[in-house]
Design a protein around this ligand. Sequence first.
Ligand code: NCD
Ligand code: ZN
Length: 336
Amino acid sequence: MEVILKNPLDMHLHLRDGDMLSLVAPLSSRTFSGGLIMPNLIPPVTSKEELISYRGRILEAIGDDNFTPYMTLFFKPTYTEEFLKDIRDNLTAIKLYPAGITTNSEGGLSGFDLDEIGDTLDVMSSLEIPLCIHGETNGFVMDREAEFGAIYELLASNFPNLKIIMEHITTRDSVELLDIYDNLYATITLHHLLITLDDVAGGMLNPHLFCKPIAKRYEDREALREVALSGHPKVMFGSDSAPHPQDAKEAHFCSAGVFTAPIALQLLTELFLENSNLDNLQKFISDNGQNIYKNLEFSPKEVVLEEREFTIPNRYGDVIPMFDGKKINFSIKEVR
Ligand code: NCD
Ligand code: ZN
């Protein structure tokens, strides 16, 4: 059996910089048409010069592949109208991190005071720049996303013309918000569709499945599956593929992030096929993202997957992927 996916998009992707960028960028650019590139470098991407130069390094790393990096800035409440107007045509979205909530987010926001951030959000609304949010508080780890729900509601209701993307949602509560606020959208990762906290820490501890937000309960995973598999128009695929070197994962103080980019299409095909929802995979993997973001540019690409056993490599360079060594049912046959 063959499955053809048209123009796959990864709307939440960490490509890093330097040697890591050279290693991982081709692993996305081979099969994806484009990706929303996260700005949490050290230091984060906060200026036009940095953004343009990072885009150039990404294009260099992908060589001849047809892949469009959709660039993002790291949210700062100091961004002015003049600054955002000037950079508008170079970016696709702005990513907001609460301070210290995840990898390289120390320069993030320390509170959601509308007096402090309102002007920037108003300008973003009028320039139609989507706001992507890592929605977690610094509360108890299993409750962080649920606690952040009140902030999503505050922002969605005060800035009704601002497109807000709840990144990598992991809970049933977040899924429910989608149908309450017109201007809330979401990305869902592959790993949160497949694993729960049991896989991370229920048996032997698996650092390669540790990420922010942490995988939750079975009922949360069920809600994520329902909304993704149904092709819900407000959700799209964002892998949150976040590579860290093996020694940063298999360590005291394991870094957060799961690396999935090169295996995402194969595993999504398996999941959607098992649930008889292959037609909706095209929506989840590309069409919904195009409708949500509007005007995403890319060169057409078709990925042909076939039902043939594939063993997930044990490593890509010094990065260990999710499910390393596991046999799965789909392989990539051709990209055209
Ligand atoms: C990401 C990373 O490593 O940059 N880590 C993660 O656990 N998801 C950052 C992020 O998206 O939170
Ligand atoms: Zn991320």
